[in-house]
Every structure is written in structure tokens, then in C-alpha cells.
Design a protein around this ligand. Sequence first.
Ligand code: KG4
Ligand code: ZN
Length: 334
Amino acid sequence: MILAVESSCDDTSVALVDMTGALFFHRSLSQNDLHAPYGGVVPELASRTHSERLPYLVETAFSETGLSLDQVSAAALTVGPGLSGGLLAAISFLKGLCWAKNIPMIPVHHIRAHLRVAMDPSLVIPRESLGLVVSGGHTHLYRIREWPDLDLVGQTTDDAAGEAFDKGAKALGLPYPGGPEIEKQSRLWDGPLLKFVRGIHTKNPFDFSFSGLKTAFVGQVRQAGGDLSRIPQFAASYQSAIVAHLVSRIEKALETFRPPALLVGGGVAANEHFRKALEILCDEGGIPLHIAPRPLCGDNAVMVALTGLELFRTGCRVNSPYAEIRPRPRWDED
Ligand code: KG4
Ligand code: ZN
């Protein structure tokens, strides 16, 4: 078995898979309710909570499945990029556990894990595919030269797409995280949509930018003066504008690179409007689209387990004294 842990942001998640990738256990504990009063993730609160919940979740994984640590061949864990306190909580806990039981560890790159579950793990990710990760912390577009090597071709120049959803939701008085709330409200509206900004300019044609859109949106919401009946229209218009911007940049990248596949993951990839827009775009362009299944779009330990399993098969594992296992909050820059 591979035991896997994810703790890079505000979800504590544990999974157990066997050597064929079959899932035996998966449980995530969200910290949304803890961070909601602050309108975003508070890193210190997140790391303390991971530290409290992780031993309990791992214990539960074994007690519910009847499996034991003796059956674990390796422990995979996210070591970055992410919030250092949360990464350290899982690293410290697993180092102790693995040292005691002489279990090797597999350090997993969070972004690669999001992309790995976008495509069926039994398939090889084709060279030169494009990969997009859209979450609360990332809006990053990569060329996958040869899996798992990623070349960044575009990224947000300000807020991430999920952050834009969260800030917009806050302006409408909706709870955190805002993306699912905006999506829910949007379903209540099928009338005309509001326009917010005419064009979004970035130097790099594959970069994204959401702050102008968000400022224009917040301005119009204020002008509406708290008219609650308008929330669905505002939400649907904002969602549509964010998705249109994402799609415009992806379209440009597809035309330029003509990739053999487009892989999409991250919390925002759960958005139905976005998924449909991507399907239409890829259909028209004749490019195979692979989006993570909705339950695996946000942070989860299954993606860590499957990425870890792939690494394990290639011989990647770290034995005692685990010096290589350290938090890498900015993995791509260190
Ligand atoms: O990947 P994720 O769980 O965590 C990281 O940020 O790494 O992504 C969370 C983000 C939040 O900003 C949340 O508002 C957004 O993903 N999100 C959505 C949806 N579900 C989650 N945004 C739009 N529509 C959704 N259905
Ligand atoms: Zn993530």
C-alpha cells in the first residue's frame, strides 16, 4: 500500500491506495469553517489544525480499513509548493512514523499531483501536452515537455482565479470559499449578463489577470447598494467574465502550441460553466481534454497517492535519515 497525505493549504487529507492504484481509503477534513470569518486562509491557524487532525485521520485510515502500517511500502506526501507550516506539520508527523517503522517516503510536487489526476493515471501523459492548474493559489499554464518536467508558459499577474471568485463572493456577502457559492447563485439566473471591463491586457499573451475585473465588479456591486435580489445576476455575470478570460488565454495557447492534450486541475476546475466552456473549446480545436473528476479538483490525498505511486514505480523514494524531505513552499524557485 501507499499511504498519502496532503496538507499544503487548508485541507487535511489522507488516502491509501494499493500498488494497482485501487483506492482503499480517502478522507479529507476541510478547514473552511475555521477560515471563513477571515475571508481567506490564515496560515498559522491552518498549520495548527493540520497538526491536530493528521494523526487522527491516519489512525482512522487503518482502523476503518483493517489494514496496518506493516502493509505500507511507502508514504507519499506533498512537500511543496504550499504554506510552509502545513507542509511542516505533515512532514514532521510522517518522518516520525516512517522512521519508527522503517518506511520510505516519497516527496510529491503539489502542482504535478493536480495535473496527474486530470488524466487517467494508467495513461502516459503525452509529451508537449499543456497543463493548467486553477485554484485559490495558482493560475498557472505549463507545457509538459516530458512528464513530469513542467515549463511555465503563463501565470496570473495578480490574483489567482479562485482568489478572484473568493473576493467577488465576499463583495456579494457570500461565505468563503466563494467559488462554489458564486456557482450556486449563478444557477438562479438566465437573464442578460452585466459587463465589467472591456479588455484585459498582459505583456505575455498566455498570462492571466483578474484584479481589474474584480475592481470593476466590486464597484458595480457597491453601486447596486445591497439589493439582494440582484445577487444571482451579479454572480452569473462575474463567473462568466472569469471563465471567458481563462478560456481566451487557453485558446491562444492551444492555437500556438497545438498540444496533443490539455490537462486541467485545481479547485476552480470543479466549476461546471468552466468545464463546459473548455469542452466546447477543445471540441472545436480537436484537442483531447482531460479534466480532473470534480471530487478530485480541489486539494486531496488521492492525487498525492497516485503521483506517489507513479514515482515509486520509477524507484523514487527516500530512506532514513530523510534529509531530502523538507518543506519546499516555493519548490519551483528553490
Ligand atoms: O485547489 P483548491 O482546493 O485549493 C488551493 O487553493 O490550492 O482550490 C480552492 C479554490 C477556492 O478559491 C475556491 O473558491 C475555488 O477553488 N473553487 C471554485 C469552485 N470550487 C472551488 N471556484 C469556482 N467554482 C467552483 N465550483
Ligand atoms: Zn491545490
